[in-house]
Design a protein around this ligand. Structure first.
Ligand code: ZN
Length: 323
């Protein structure tokens, strides 16, 4: 009987994880730099060292790992992870078993799927049976829980809500398509909108000065502060973000009639600046009854959503092995 597992969330910057018990309590947590930009070998070495350190003195046989990218969760393979690594069809589970022993069972899942499971297990949608989670970060991730189970699709790749088309002739997305939700509601999208707006020299905005010489990852926060201070252009960016989310949510709710839509991720810190537009757009477009049914809520777990979701999936895989 497994009573403790490790849940891990791998990002482009940080590798975070925790030892978690059956009740979803975090017993011990750790965070190191992922160094994903150094390549997959470096990342996997870091990951193996991380697992050894956090499991020291504990007997842990199940480990869940969330990674941003297209993951073949059945095979434990990273099919594609363009936002952190240049790898195709990388057999992560097999490599980790090689490094850490065959007796550890690894569950590898897309990070947004893990976050959805985390919010459903311990966070905003604890008591619901069906939910959709949108994670607004560098990109827009998605996860779908139906009838109390993560919907992974036939190959484990379902839930790529960030890549559904919102505007047919819209901005180009990293995936190659045009007008994806991710191109309108992510940190990357906000940076694009700022850049394009500032090309108009007659535009009057405080961002012209405040975004000079800053790190690109700080821009969403600056746009949030400027909007809160009343900068019209910054406010219009958040309205654009909110509207795109609302268009996506209307279709998702029409399609799946879920009880709840949870929105999380770092960019969702600007909640008060975009959520009214999201709500308005979703209700304007969706069928009345399923939209009235679907509650739109902010995620509660922050960075722990992915860790707890990975831990839950690690527990669950143990039950499945035995049944
Ligand atoms: Zn896309």
């Amino acid at each position: 009987m497994v009573d403790k597992v490790i849940g891990i969330d791998i990002g482009g910057t940080n590798l975070r994880g925790a030892l978690v018990n059956k009740d979803g309590n975090i017993l011990k947590r750790m965070k190191i730099s992922s160094r994903a930009d150094q390549g997959i070998d470096e990342l996997v070495d870091n990951l193996a060292g991380f697992i050894k350190e956090i499991s020291e003195g504990e007997s842990v046989s199940n480990i869940g790992i969330g990674i941003p990218g297209i993951i073949d969760s059945k095979e434990g393979v990273i099919t594609q992870a363009p936002n952190i690594l240049n790898v195709d069809d990388y057999p992560l589970r097999a490599v980790l078993n090689e490094k850490l022993g065959r007796d550890i069972h690894f569950v590898i899942e897309n990070d947004s799927n893990s976050a959805a499971v985390g919010e459903w297990w311990m966070g905003a949608s604890k008591d619901v049976n069906s939910m959709i989670m949108l994670t607004m970060g560098t990109g827009v991730g998605g996860g779908i829980i139906l009838n109390g189970k993560l919907w992974t699709g036939d190959d484990g790749m379902a839930g790529e809500i960030g890549h559904i088309t919102i505007y047919p002739d819209g901005a180009r997305c990293n995936c190659g398509n045009y007008g994806c939700l991710e191109s309108y509601a992510s940190a990357t999208a906000i940076r694009r909108m700022v850049r394009e707006g500032l090309e108009d020299k007659s535009l009057d905005t405080t961002l012209r000065e405040s975004t000079k010489n800053v790190e690109p990852e700080d821009i969403p926060q600056i746009v949030m502060e400027a909007a809160s201070a009343g900068d019209d252009f910054s406010l219009s960016i958040w309205l654009e973000v909110g509207k795109a989310l609302g268009i996506a949510i209307a279709s998702l709710v029409n399609l799946l009639n879920v009880e709840m839509v949870v929105i999380g991720g770092g960019v969702s810190n600007a909640w008060d600046l975009f959520i009214d537009a999201t709500y308005k757009e979703a209700h304007r477009r969706a069928l009345r009854a399923p939209m009235e049914r679907a509650e739109i809520k902010r995620g509660l777990l922050g960075d722990d959503a992915g860790i707890l979701g990975s831990a839950y999936l690690a527990f669950k895989s143990d039950n499945e092995k035995k049944s």
